[in-house]
Ligand binder design. Structure first.
Ligand SMILES: [Zn+2]
Length: 82
């Protein structure tokens, strides 16, 4: 690595020239300053919400109805008193 100002050798870790004091721009910093667009995954287009939105059927409700109906109807169907 040579100084851009005076051309003397500088250690690669040096931040400035020991001969003239010329500040060496860090290669990593310069790279960082370069426009590095971070990869951003494109937001997936939202899936259209299915318009068929059935209200959730309460299963227990139907079970209740079925049991109630059975309780009402069964005594008539099944003869309790032989
Ligand atoms: Zn120098």
């Amino acid at each position: 690595m040579t100084c851009e100002h005076c051309g003397s050798n500088i250690s690669p870790d040096g931040t400035s020239c020991p001969q003239c004091g010329f500040e060496i721009p860090k290669p990593s910093a310069s790279k960082k300053s370069a426009k590095v667009v971070p990869f951003r995954p494109r937001k997936k287009a939202r899936r259209p919400v299915p318009s068929k939105k059935r209200p959730p059927t309460p299963t227990f409700f139907w079970w209740f109805i079925a049991i109630l109906a059975a309780a009402i109807v069964l005594p008539y169907i099944v003869p309790m008193h032989p």
